[in-house]
Write a protein that binds this ligand. Structure first.
Ligand code: GDP
Ligand code: MN
Length: 381
């Protein structure tokens, strides 16, 4: 789950990490009011779940409250990389001397936390990573040991940061690490970490992702989930207790078991089809569940055909067949549905489908081929 810059900064402050502070505004008038309270130059920053806001025109300075109002007018409501800006963070501007980059992310390969530091912070860090990766120093942190002092020294000296700031940056890194672990983050990026002309070390930006699987123990952070940024169909599926992921294609996929559904996506792709979703209905498949699954899959109006792929273990294929028939008999479905059963009572399941509009398939490959055919016409292959 992504959280906004202003939320990330609240998390950091809880861990004693210094950040710039401001207030969130939803209207131009609020921007002006906050700018009046702060006094002097303010920076107005779009709060959307996307990086590179500065270059896209989502971060601007306002020297007076009136200018802040004007800048707010440009940013609020703008389209920033496909997302509509609904709120901005208004902060007192800082006098930037140096911009550093600090990043922490969970590395699945090593099961460790990668900590990255660069003296080349600011808006071009992606380019630095591509062209001069040696300018980013990295250490891998064993989560059972935590970030060690020698690693912090390696980072600071490796990245050639200003030696005058070793102490405050060390403190900053420790705090950031604690915030990262304590909030179950999978990513935390401070870009830029600013050294101000006054010699302060302070986070001017904060990008943080929280592990969705840990939200149950992060109730404060879980409140920040914003459904409007997600896919509406995914929200509806979640409400119905289904595991659904939106994809960009036009062939609806329903299966039982995450592994089977993933394999089904591959099989359909191999036949030249483009899946429109991932949907795992789990064990059992009562009519109610099948109806919900079909409902959700067909909310995606692009869907041209649906493939239901069921592996019968404890789940019996004939029961699933009954569920499918019961569900489809009460629904007005305009697209063809291919059904493949494998395992317990597959024969019985297939027999139940005979004489119906449902298209049976004996193997996964056949099912994939058939669903692509009925979706796009035979010409595709
Ligand atoms: P991002 O582009 O989404 O990463 O947004 P940032 O919050 O990092 O802002 C982009 C750039 O705006 C930073 O790299 C800074 O150079 C600049 N910036 C941000 N806040 C301030 C500020 O308070 N004062 C000044 N002068 N520049 C700022
Ligand atoms: Mn940034």
């Amino acid at each position: 789950m992504k959280i906004h810059e202003f939320q990330g900064k609240l998390v950091l402050q809880k861990y004693g990490v210094p950040t710039t502070k401001g207030q969130v505004a939803f209207t131009n008038d609020q921007v002006k009011e906050i700018a009046e309270q702060i006094g002097g130059t303010v920076v107005v920053k779009a709060q959307v779940h996307v990086g590179g806001r500065g270059k896209a025109g989502g971060v601007k300075l306002g020297k007076t409250p009136t200018e802040a109002f004007e800048v707010g007018k440009q940013i609020l409501g703008m389209d920033l990389k496909g997302l509509k800006v609904k709120k901005v963070l208004v902060e007192g501007a800082i006098n930037i001397d140096k911009e550093y980059y600090l990043g922490m992310l969970f590395d699945r390969d090593t099961k460790q936390i990668i900590v990255m530091v660069s003296a080349e912070g600011g808006m071009d860090i992606e380019e630095v990573n591509e062209k001069t990766p040696e300018k980013i120093s990295r250490v891998w942190v064993d989560p059972t040991l935590g970030l060690q002092d020698f690693q912090i020294r390696d980072l600071i000296f490796g990245a050639n940061l200003d030696k005058a700031y070793v102490k405050p940056i060390t403190k900053f890194l420790r705090g950031l690490y604690n915030a990262f672990v304590g909030s179950d983050a999978t990513l935390a990026e401070i870009n830029p970490l600013v050294i101000t002309k006054e010699g302060e070390v302070i986070a001017a930006d904060c990008k943080m992702d929280i592990d969705d699987n840990a939200l149950f123990r992060q109730p404060e952070l879980a409140q920040w989930q914003e459904s409007e940024d997600d896919n509406a169909i995914e929200d509806e599926a979640r409400l119905r207790g289904l595991t659904y992921v939106h994809l960009s294609g036009d062939i609806g996929i329903i299966g039982n078991g995450a592994g089977l559904v993933m394999t089904t996506l591959d099989a359909v792709s191999r036949e030249g089809g483009q899946p429109s979703n991932f949907l795992d209905i789990g064990g059992g498949a009562k009519a109610e569940v099948v109806r919900n699954a079909l409902d959700v899959v067909l909310m995606e109006t692009k869907v041209k055909a649906v493939l239901i792929n069921i592996f019968g273990g404890i789940t019996r294929c004939d029961e699933v067949a009954k569920g499918i028939l019961e569900a489809t008999s009460t629904m007005d479905i305009k697209v063809p549905i291919v059904v493949r059963f494998s395992g317990t009572r597959e024969e019985e399941g297939r027999m139940l489908l005979e004489g119906t509009k449902l298209i049976p398939a004996a193997s996964m490959q056949e099912a994939a081929r058939k669903v692509v055919e009925v979706a796009y016409g035979a010409a595709v292959r």
